[in-house]
Structures are given as structure tokens and as C-alpha cells.
Ligand binder design. Structure first.
Ligand SMILES: Cc1cc2nc3c(=O)[nH]c(=O)nc-3n(C[C@H](O)[C@H](O)[C@H](O)COP(=O)(O)O)c2cc1C
Length: 365
């Protein structure tokens, strides 16, 4: 059987041996006070090096960016050294890995900020439940960023991009989806600002483009991608309205002049609605395809057959797989040999040490 998934593809400066991308997956294994990547993390990523491209788990750009326990950062020397071990291990195994740069904004809790409020475009509570060290906790009303703090946050993304290069990553993906800080600026639900960061499409997109400018000052645009989920509805405190699509059309069209490496379109991770998501995300890809000059990576509820169908339909250039990569480090080989997949265990997605992390079985050789 001919397989488009197993064909090579170029995303900007990156040449991928196949179109099977490992989606970014937060696993909360950086369980040390430095929030530095560990030896287990290096092993976990190296086991998945046969992916055409690995997008790392979301990686916080500063202490203020944190929203979950044990997520790794990329602002300190210890973190850069930890990531260097990861990228070296992936490269030694023949793979490619980019760093997903993240700020949670209002999707956070005071316990991650010494009791202080999380920050956001505006003081609007997302009314969500977040993981804390003691179980699920309700979000609070965040504090609106000042103009000086917005500039400092943009600079944090720039430093993170610089550190990602130093740590040996092949590129970066800006996490501008899933209701986190950049998405909070896009949406009028979370962005009620009356200054140059609120109101019009241009103003609500300003923070993202400042981040993009800061990031592309540190590495070539041909090594930078970004992630959107334009139709994310009633998730993480955001919702779709009549203005949502025009807003994202504005964002996508304006990015064309940058020569970026990929546009990653996903529909939200809703545990109970994922099976419907592949249809939705393909519609989203079809909509944005004519508007963008960038290769499109699609994601959300795909298996091998659906991935092949999306590529055959021409709506995307590569397909990212999340949960299948959690349970199947050798996912590409399983696709190649049409072998059944291991099931993933949601109980160890965000906890469990090496259990559910390093012990999913590989195919016998
Ligand atoms: C355990 C887990 C962690 C995730 N962490 C991230 C993340 O760090 N960044 C991100 O953009 N999406 C994250 N997602 C969403 C996935 O990248 C992906 O969009 C989602 O799992 C749907 O794809 P799938 O059906 O192939 O699993 C996460 C999803 C899961 C299940």
C-alpha cells in the first residue's frame, strides 16, 4: 500500500523523513525544584525519535508562565542543560525536535505564584478547574498585565527562543492555542483591554506578532511554527462567536509575510469529543489552506487511516498524533508494518514517574 504518511516532507528548513509528527504532550515529569528536564525525559523523547518531527511538551518561558505542577521551563541554565541532554539523545537516535514555547496566563493558580494572582490580558476569571498539588482547584480572577509587563513577557519569549537554540532544538513552536496566554489576547472574552492590545483584530493580535518578532529575531523563521485552534468552543473558558473566524483569518494572513515553517491546526483536546474532532479540524484546514503559504500540520483524533485520508484530500502536509505517541514510542514502525497499537493509560498522563512514561512495550525486533 502506498502511504503518504510515510513520505518525506519539508517544513521550512526542516526535512522530515515522514509526515508523522509527535504532538506536544505535557507529561509533568520535570519533578525537581529547577523545573529542568530529567534523564527520564531524555529517554522518553529518544524512544520517539522515528517521528518525522517531535514537538516537545509545552515549555514555560518564565516562572510567571506556569500553570501546572512539574512542567519544564526554558529560562535558566539548569533548564537549558537539561534540554541539551534531551536534544542530544533525540539527535543521536536520528530524530528532530522543536520546543513548544508556552505561557499559561490566567489558566493557572496562585499556588504556582507564591500566593500571588496569575496574570492575563484582563481581570476575567476563566471559571475552570486546574490541577494543583492537592487535586483540582477552581481558577481565580487574574491580574491584568501592565504595558511594561507585556513588553517583559514578549522578551521572555525571545529569551526562551534563544535558549532553545542554545539547548540544541531544531526550531520552536509558539503555543498560541488551547486558551493559554496568546489565545487569551486573541479572544474578546478574555481580552477586554482598551489600549493597543484590545479591541480590533490588529490590536488583539498585537501581542502574538510581538512574540513572533522576538522569536524570529533569535532563529530563522524557517525554523518557527505556531499552533492555533480557531474553533475551540467552551473549553478553558473561551468560546466561538461570529467574530472568531475573521479574527483567525487576520492572524493567519498576516503571518504569511514571515516565511514560517508550519501552521499547526488542531481542534481542542476534549476527552469525550475527540472522535468528532477529526472532521472538524479537516474543515478548519480546508478553510485556512487557501489563506496560508505555510505547510499545515493537522491534529486531533487521528489514526493511521484518517491521517492518510486527510493527506490524500490535500488539506494538510503532515499529521500530528498525541495520545497514540504516548502509548506507542515506535508509532511510525507500527504504521509501516500495520501493527496494532498499544492503548494509552490516562491515569499516567500527568503523573506516575517512569510508569506510563518509559514502559509502553515496543514491537519485538
Ligand atoms: C496528556 C496530554 C498532554 C497535552 N499537552 C499539550 C501541550 O503541552 N501542548 C499542546 O499544544 N497540546 C497538548 N495536548 C493536546 C495534544 O497535543 C493533542 O492536540 C491532543 O491530544 C489531540 O490529539 P490526539 O487525538 O492525537 O491525541 C495534550 C494532550 C494530552 C492528552
Amino acid at each position: 500500500m502506498t502511504s503518504r504518511l510515510l513520505d518525506p516532507v519539508r517544513l521550512g528548513a526542516l526535512t522530515l523523513p515522514n509526515r508523522v509528527v509527535m504532538a506536544p504532550l505535557t507529561r509533568c515529569r520535570a519533578d525537581n525544584p529547577e523545573a529542568a528536564p530529567t534523564e527520564s525525559m531524555a529517554r522518553y523523547y529518544a524512544m520517539r525519535a522515528s517521528a518525522g518531527l517531535i514537538v516537545s511538551e509545552a515549555t514555560i518561558v518564565s516562572a510567571q508562565a506556569r500553570g501546572y505542577p512539574f512542567t519544564p521551563g526554558i529560562w535558566s541554565d539548569a533548564q537549558v542543560a537539561g534540554w541539551r541532554r534531551v536534544t542530544d539523545a533525540v539527535h543521536a537516535a536520528g530524530g528532530r525536535i522543536v520546543c513548544q514555547l508556552w505561557h499559561c496566563g490566567r489558566l493557572s493558580l496562585p499556588e504556582f505564584h507564591d500566593g500571588e494572582l496569575p496574570v492575563a490580558p484582563s481581570a476575567v476569571n476563566p471559571q475552570w478547574q486546574m490541577f494543583s498539588s492537592t487535586g483540582l482547584q477552581s481558577t481565580v480572577t487574574p491580574r491584568a498585565l501592565t504595558l511594561e509587563e507585556i513588553a517583559a513577557t514578549v522578551a521572555d519569549f525571545g529569551r526562551a527562543a534563544r535558549n532553545a537554540v542554545q539547548a540544541g532544538f531544531d526550531g520552536v513552536e509558539i503555543h498560541s492555542s488551547n486558551g493559554y496566554l496568546i489565545h487569551q489576547f486573541f479572544s474578546p472574552i478574555s481580552n477586554r483591554r482598551e489600549d493597543k492590545y484590545g479591541g480590533s483584530h490588529e490590536n488583539r493580535a498585537r501581542f502574538f506578532f510581538e512574540v513572533l518578532d522576538a522569536v524570529t529575531a533569535e532563529l530563522p523563521a524557517s525554523r518557527v511554527g505556531f499552533r492555533l485552534n480557531p474553533m475551540m468552543n467552551r473549553f478553558h473558558g473561551l468560546a466561538v462567536d461570529a467574530d472568531t473566524l475573521p479574527m483567525f483569518e487576520h492572524v493567519v494572513k498576516r503571518t504569511n509575510s514571515y516565511g514560517l515553517a508550519w501552521l499547526h491546526l488542531t481542534e481542542p483536546y476534549l476527552p469525550n469529543q475527540l472522535e468528532g474532532a477529526t472532521g472538524a479540524v479537516q474543515e478548519v484546514c480546508r478553510h485556512f489552506r487557501p489563506l496560508t503559504t505555510m505547510p499545515i500540520v493537522t491534529n486531533g483524533g487521528f489514526d493511521q487511516a484518517r491521517g492518510e485520508a486527510a493527506l490524500a484530500a490535500g488539506v494538510c502536509d503532515a499529521v500530528a498524533f498525541g495520545r497514540p505517541f504516548i502509548a506507542n514510542p515506535d508509532l511510525v514502525e507500527r504504521f509501516r508494518t500495520q501493527t496494532a497499537l498499544n492503548e494509552c493509560d490516562p491515569g499516567t498522563f500527568y503523573q506516575g514517574g517512569d510508569k506510563g512514561y518509559l514502559d509502553y512495550p515496543l514491537l519485538a525486533r
